[in-house]
Design a protein around this ligand. Sequence first.
Ligand code: AMP
Ligand code: GLY
Length: 442
Amino acid sequence: MKVLIVGGGAREHAIAWKLLQDDPTLDLIAAPGNPGIATLARCVAIPADDIVALLALARAEQPDLTVVGPEAPLDAGIADAFHAEGLPLFGPTRAAARIETSKRFAKELMLRAGVPTARASHHTSVDTALRAAHAIGAPVVIKASGLAAGKGVIIAETMAEAERAITEMLQTGAFGDAGKEILVEEFMSGEEISVFAVCDGQHSRLMIGAQDHKRLEDGDMGPNTGGMGAYAPVSLDTASLQALVKVTIIDRVLAAMRDDHSPFSGLLYAGLMLTATGVKVVEFNCRFGDPETQALLPLMSSSLLQPMLTVARGESLVDTPEFEWHAGFSVTTVLAAAGYPGRVRKGDPISFPEPEDGVYVFHAGTRVADRMKAQRSDEPPVVTDGGRVLSVTAVAPTLHAASNHSRRYAERIRFAGKQMRRDIAWRELAREMQLSDHRTNA
Ligand code: AMP
Ligand code: GLY
């Protein structure tokens, strides 16, 4: 069987690794891939958002399945283009991808479907947006409606900050087209978890929850990033929470989108907040999360390939069993380049020690050093080539061990300007500590 993976990050590396676990005989192609993925797949130098070139590749290769990692190709209509030619692809149509690409669309859908979420209003005029922000009062959340690479959300602690964010987005055009329309939203507080569901338009199969770490520095300080680490499972993600998420969130979204004649098939990512008044949706994404995927897939014991094939072929998940998971814990530490999340420096050589058992290294912003390519070394050294460079996942019987192994191996990887957090899973470790204190005191 032949599978084409679109993308070249650590998420796609983890997906490639997992699909090969499911079927070691797979013929894998990746576009564009990266040096890590190249150890598992044939990499073809086509950018992930070049739909015309990807379609030409798929016509020539006739993959049994195409899996799309990032949102950009989905927003550009890759699913529509592939489906039109009968090429099985796992991912939503352009219209269904609006659940991520338009925050206004997602919010209106949630309100219509009765999905719990923060109240919000949408605006193109500074005056009405300011009025809405004043009506809510600080803190208030100002969001660009369109895709803004995770940067279009301002949590305004004061009204002055809210006013600045509104005028910057609507008047100055700080986020370009993505910020031409904004949402003014109620602030929620609580812990966040990400829950992924494989969906066929009608049925869903949920994965266990994972927790992302969006801030650059330890203790959730510093600027927001694409994600500096993740772990799973999360003890807050109980069986009853999973059931609630399935019924009141995922299945309601699927039903509403079916009613709108734009069914969602592919991976629905629910970004959830566990507030004092119950679980609420912060955002949806129309694809696997990064770095949550790198933490989740090494824990998955059942097949990911089978449900993806089912969905891509347009078949029903009704007879597909629930996902199964290995016992134990998974912790992913992201290594980022100098300058991230701002302007990043590229080209720093990376040295990798041999990873121990239960440690997985997934490549993201890496490339083979040109200088060494000429020497035709068997294991050419790689250099940094992007913001998030590598993901290091460790799986172990306890969370403590998984976090230690992930951090220790990440510490041993060397490149100039390396940035990493050393506290991934700290909330869960603190919860475990509290529990054991309770037991000792009881
Ligand atoms: P989003 O791009 O919608 O995922 O937002 C990025 C981050 O902003 C989320 O992961 C939350 O931490 C935060 N955020 C978004 N909306 C809210 C909200 N209404 N209340 C509190 N925090 C929020
Ligand atoms: N981990 C956040 C995202 O993938 O959007």
